[in-house]
Design a protein. Structure first.
Length: 238
Protein backbone atom coordinates (compact mmCIF):
# COMPACT_ATOMS: atom_id res chain seq x y z
CA UNK A 1 0.00 0.00 0.00
CA UNK A 2 2.97 2.29 -0.56
CA UNK A 3 0.96 4.49 -2.91
CA UNK A 4 -1.18 5.56 0.06
CA UNK A 5 1.77 6.97 2.01
CA UNK A 6 0.27 10.48 1.86
CA UNK A 7 -3.09 9.43 3.31
CA UNK A 8 -4.15 11.83 6.09
CA UNK A 9 -7.85 11.90 6.82
CA UNK A 10 -8.38 13.67 3.49
CA UNK A 11 -12.17 13.61 3.67
CA UNK A 12 -12.26 14.79 7.29
CA UNK A 13 -9.83 17.62 6.68
CA UNK A 14 -11.67 18.64 3.53
CA UNK A 15 -14.86 18.95 5.58
CA UNK A 16 -13.25 21.62 7.77
CA UNK A 17 -13.13 24.40 5.20
CA UNK A 18 -16.03 26.77 4.69
CA UNK A 19 -17.14 26.22 1.12
CA UNK A 20 -19.38 24.04 -1.03
CA UNK A 21 -16.74 21.30 -1.25
CA UNK A 22 -16.54 21.22 2.54
CA UNK A 23 -20.29 20.79 2.88
CA UNK A 24 -20.20 18.01 0.32
CA UNK A 25 -17.42 16.21 2.23
CA UNK A 26 -19.26 16.59 5.55
CA UNK A 27 -22.46 15.31 3.97
CA UNK A 28 -20.60 12.25 2.71
CA UNK A 29 -19.14 11.58 6.15
CA UNK A 30 -22.57 11.68 7.75
CA UNK A 31 -24.27 9.71 4.98
CA UNK A 32 -21.63 6.99 4.77
CA UNK A 33 -21.27 6.42 8.49
CA UNK A 34 -24.88 6.79 9.54
CA UNK A 35 -25.38 3.00 9.42
CA UNK A 36 -22.64 2.13 11.96
CA UNK A 37 -23.91 4.88 14.26
CA UNK A 38 -27.41 3.40 14.16
CA UNK A 39 -26.02 -0.11 14.60
CA UNK A 40 -24.09 0.90 17.71
CA UNK A 41 -27.09 2.66 19.25
CA UNK A 42 -29.21 -0.42 18.65
CA UNK A 43 -26.46 -2.61 20.04
CA UNK A 44 -26.55 -0.62 23.27
CA UNK A 45 -30.14 -1.79 23.75
CA UNK A 46 -31.80 1.56 23.06
CA UNK A 47 -35.57 1.43 22.68
CA UNK A 48 -36.46 0.73 19.07
CA UNK A 49 -38.49 3.92 18.66
CA UNK A 50 -35.61 6.07 19.88
CA UNK A 51 -32.79 4.78 17.66
CA UNK A 52 -33.49 7.06 14.67
CA UNK A 53 -34.07 10.09 16.89
CA UNK A 54 -30.79 9.54 18.68
CA UNK A 55 -28.88 9.04 15.43
CA UNK A 56 -30.32 12.24 13.95
CA UNK A 57 -29.59 14.13 17.15
CA UNK A 58 -26.00 12.83 17.17
CA UNK A 59 -25.28 13.98 13.62
CA UNK A 60 -27.01 17.30 14.27
CA UNK A 61 -24.70 17.83 17.23
CA UNK A 62 -21.74 16.52 15.22
CA UNK A 63 -22.35 19.24 12.63
CA UNK A 64 -23.47 21.98 15.03
CA UNK A 65 -20.41 21.61 17.25
CA UNK A 66 -18.10 20.80 14.31
CA UNK A 67 -16.73 17.68 15.94
CA UNK A 68 -14.85 16.93 12.73
CA UNK A 69 -12.96 20.22 13.11
CA UNK A 70 -11.48 18.98 16.39
CA UNK A 71 -10.50 15.54 15.11
CA UNK A 72 -6.74 15.11 15.08
CA UNK A 73 -5.31 12.53 12.65
CA UNK A 74 -2.19 12.31 14.81
CA UNK A 75 -4.27 10.77 17.60
CA UNK A 76 -5.62 7.80 15.67
CA UNK A 77 -8.25 6.62 13.25
CA UNK A 78 -11.44 8.45 12.41
CA UNK A 79 -13.43 5.29 13.12
CA UNK A 80 -12.24 5.39 16.73
CA UNK A 81 -12.83 9.14 16.93
CA UNK A 82 -16.41 8.78 15.69
CA UNK A 83 -17.13 5.95 18.13
CA UNK A 84 -15.76 7.96 21.06
CA UNK A 85 -17.85 10.98 20.05
CA UNK A 86 -20.92 8.74 19.83
CA UNK A 87 -20.29 7.20 23.26
CA UNK A 88 -19.94 10.65 24.80
CA UNK A 89 -23.12 11.81 23.08
CA UNK A 90 -25.08 8.80 24.35
CA UNK A 91 -23.77 9.35 27.87
CA UNK A 92 -25.02 12.94 27.70
CA UNK A 93 -28.36 11.79 26.30
CA UNK A 94 -28.70 9.28 29.14
CA UNK A 95 -28.00 12.01 31.69
CA UNK A 96 -30.53 14.29 30.05
CA UNK A 97 -33.13 11.52 30.02
CA UNK A 98 -32.44 10.85 33.70
CA UNK A 99 -32.85 14.54 34.49
CA UNK A 100 -36.30 14.45 32.91
CA UNK A 101 -37.08 11.48 35.14
CA UNK A 102 -39.12 8.52 34.00
CA UNK A 103 -41.41 8.62 31.03
CA UNK A 104 -40.01 11.66 29.31
CA UNK A 105 -36.79 10.71 27.61
CA UNK A 106 -35.04 8.18 25.46
CA UNK A 107 -35.35 4.57 26.56
CA UNK A 108 -32.01 2.90 27.28
CA UNK A 109 -31.77 -0.77 28.13
CA UNK A 110 -28.83 -3.08 28.75
CA UNK A 111 -28.00 -5.28 25.79
CA UNK A 112 -28.49 -8.46 27.83
CA UNK A 113 -32.00 -7.36 28.75
CA UNK A 114 -33.17 -7.82 25.18
CA UNK A 115 -34.94 -11.05 24.39
CA UNK A 116 -33.59 -13.44 21.77
CA UNK A 117 -36.34 -12.47 19.34
CA UNK A 118 -35.21 -8.85 19.54
CA UNK A 119 -31.56 -9.60 18.88
CA UNK A 120 -32.43 -11.97 16.07
CA UNK A 121 -34.81 -9.48 14.51
CA UNK A 122 -32.15 -6.78 14.58
CA UNK A 123 -29.51 -9.08 13.11
CA UNK A 124 -27.48 -8.85 16.30
CA UNK A 125 -26.10 -11.99 17.89
CA UNK A 126 -26.42 -12.33 21.65
CA UNK A 127 -22.61 -12.48 21.97
CA UNK A 128 -21.96 -9.31 19.94
CA UNK A 129 -20.68 -6.28 21.79
CA UNK A 130 -21.86 -2.82 20.69
CA UNK A 131 -18.31 -2.13 19.53
CA UNK A 132 -18.24 -5.29 17.38
CA UNK A 133 -21.61 -4.32 15.93
CA UNK A 134 -20.27 -0.84 15.13
CA UNK A 135 -17.12 -2.21 13.49
CA UNK A 136 -19.10 -4.63 11.32
CA UNK A 137 -21.53 -1.92 10.25
CA UNK A 138 -18.58 0.41 9.56
CA UNK A 139 -16.96 -2.19 7.32
CA UNK A 140 -20.25 -2.78 5.52
CA UNK A 141 -20.71 0.96 4.98
CA UNK A 142 -17.22 1.23 3.47
CA UNK A 143 -17.89 -1.73 1.18
CA UNK A 144 -21.27 -0.38 0.09
CA UNK A 145 -19.80 3.04 -0.68
CA UNK A 146 -17.02 1.46 -2.76
CA UNK A 147 -19.54 -0.74 -4.58
CA UNK A 148 -21.66 2.30 -5.45
CA UNK A 149 -18.60 3.95 -6.98
CA UNK A 150 -17.82 0.80 -8.94
CA UNK A 151 -21.39 0.69 -10.25
CA UNK A 152 -21.13 4.32 -11.33
CA UNK A 153 -17.87 3.58 -13.17
CA UNK A 154 -19.51 0.65 -14.96
CA UNK A 155 -22.46 2.82 -15.96
CA UNK A 156 -20.16 5.55 -17.28
CA UNK A 157 -18.32 2.94 -19.35
CA UNK A 158 -21.58 1.56 -20.75
CA UNK A 159 -21.16 -1.74 -18.90
CA UNK A 160 -24.13 -1.65 -16.55
CA UNK A 161 -25.53 -4.95 -17.84
CA UNK A 162 -22.22 -6.71 -17.28
CA UNK A 163 -21.84 -5.20 -13.82
CA UNK A 164 -25.36 -6.22 -12.78
CA UNK A 165 -24.73 -9.78 -13.93
CA UNK A 166 -21.39 -10.05 -12.14
CA UNK A 167 -22.17 -8.06 -8.98
CA UNK A 168 -23.09 -11.23 -7.08
CA UNK A 169 -19.47 -12.37 -7.49
CA UNK A 170 -17.84 -9.27 -6.03
CA UNK A 171 -17.85 -10.67 -2.50
CA UNK A 172 -18.07 -14.42 -2.99
CA UNK A 173 -15.93 -16.03 -5.66
CA UNK A 174 -18.01 -17.87 -8.29
CA UNK A 175 -17.69 -21.61 -8.75
CA UNK A 176 -17.67 -23.39 -12.10
CA UNK A 177 -21.45 -23.75 -12.17
CA UNK A 178 -21.84 -20.01 -11.60
CA UNK A 179 -19.39 -19.21 -14.39
CA UNK A 180 -21.23 -21.51 -16.78
CA UNK A 181 -24.63 -20.05 -15.90
CA UNK A 182 -23.64 -16.39 -16.32
CA UNK A 183 -21.46 -17.03 -19.37
CA UNK A 184 -24.42 -18.61 -21.13
CA UNK A 185 -26.69 -15.77 -20.03
CA UNK A 186 -24.33 -13.12 -21.41
CA UNK A 187 -23.12 -15.09 -24.41
CA UNK A 188 -19.51 -14.88 -23.23
CA UNK A 189 -16.70 -17.39 -23.09
CA UNK A 190 -15.98 -18.73 -19.64
CA UNK A 191 -12.40 -17.41 -19.63
CA UNK A 192 -13.51 -13.97 -20.76
CA UNK A 193 -16.08 -13.89 -17.98
CA UNK A 194 -13.47 -14.96 -15.41
CA UNK A 195 -11.21 -12.11 -16.48
CA UNK A 196 -14.08 -9.62 -16.12
CA UNK A 197 -14.86 -10.88 -12.60
CA UNK A 198 -11.18 -10.68 -11.65
CA UNK A 199 -10.93 -7.08 -12.87
CA UNK A 200 -14.07 -6.02 -11.05
CA UNK A 201 -12.91 -7.57 -7.79
CA UNK A 202 -9.50 -5.91 -8.10
CA UNK A 203 -11.10 -2.54 -8.83
CA UNK A 204 -13.40 -2.96 -5.84
CA UNK A 205 -10.35 -3.59 -3.64
CA UNK A 206 -8.82 -0.35 -4.92
CA UNK A 207 -12.01 1.59 -4.22
CA UNK A 208 -12.29 0.11 -0.72
CA UNK A 209 -8.74 1.24 -0.04
CA UNK A 210 -9.60 4.72 -1.30
CA UNK A 211 -12.63 4.84 1.01
CA UNK A 212 -10.50 3.78 3.96
CA UNK A 213 -7.77 6.23 2.99
CA UNK A 214 -10.26 9.08 3.34
CA UNK A 215 -10.34 8.49 7.10
CA UNK A 216 -6.87 7.04 7.77
CA UNK A 217 -4.03 9.14 9.14
CA UNK A 218 -1.19 7.29 7.44
CA UNK A 219 -0.27 4.03 5.74
CA UNK A 220 -0.08 2.17 9.07
CA UNK A 221 -3.60 3.27 9.91
CA UNK A 222 -4.72 2.20 6.46
CA UNK A 223 -3.25 -1.27 6.99
CA UNK A 224 -4.99 -1.53 10.36
CA UNK A 225 -8.33 -0.39 8.94
CA UNK A 226 -8.07 -2.90 6.10
CA UNK A 227 -7.31 -5.64 8.60
CA UNK A 228 -10.34 -4.60 10.67
CA UNK A 229 -12.53 -4.65 7.58
CA UNK A 230 -11.37 -8.16 6.71
CA UNK A 231 -12.00 -9.36 10.24
CA UNK A 232 -15.49 -7.86 10.19
CA UNK A 233 -16.51 -9.13 6.74
CA UNK A 234 -14.75 -12.49 6.66
CA UNK A 235 -12.59 -13.54 3.72
CA UNK A 236 -13.48 -10.62 1.45
CA UNK A 237 -10.44 -8.92 -0.11
CA UNK A 238 -7.98 -11.55 1.14
Amino acid sequence: MSHFQTTRWSLVLEARTDDAQSRKALEKLCRTYRAPVIAYIRGRGTGRDDVEDLAQAFFARFIERAFHAHADPARGRFRAFLLTALKNFLADARDEAGARKRGGGFQFRALDSLGSSQTSQDGIADSDTPEAIFDRAWAQAVLESATRRLRQEARAAGKSTLFDALSEFLIERPDEADYARVAELLGMRRNTLAVAVHRLRNRLRELVLQELADTAADSNDLEAEMSQLRDSLGAFLR
